[in-house]
Design a protein around this ligand. Sequence first.
Ligand code: ZN
Length: 164
Amino acid sequence: MGLLDALFRSNEILGIAEETLEFAIESSEASHPNEYMGFLRGTEATRLGLEQDGLVITDVLVVPGTEANSVSATVKTSQIPNDVKALGSVHSHPNGVIRPSSADLETFGRGSVHIIIGAPYRRSDWKAFDSQGKRTTLNVIDVDLPETEDFFDFTQADIDEELY
Ligand SMILES: [Zn+2]
């Protein structure tokens, strides 16, 4: 296996943590009738105790300065921290139509998976799309998420491990 294959494999999105999906759905419902919007971040599967290479979506980063109303949520790109490597995005459609709008398609090029959650925000009221706006499969993975403080508590040894 070549280096590029290895890189690709390790960046593969295996799915979304069930807890993270439920959080996004609950947040969408709480924002109703306004639109909810966030960016998706991942954790290496091996850090979550999975014996697989790849990333699991574990975080939704809600960007400060998002102007939400019932029509659209506009993110000011200047508000997105440079160090955020978003895997994709999540946003809600308070009108319940779970289909990318033309404005959505213009932003989907950034990131590889985009989740749309629709009213009435039941567990099944969401779909995932790729950067082209085509329906894509996103597995829901039942994993225990690390506590936030542990999650950010990288040691020098962890960093060395990442680098070498
Ligand atoms: Zn939309």
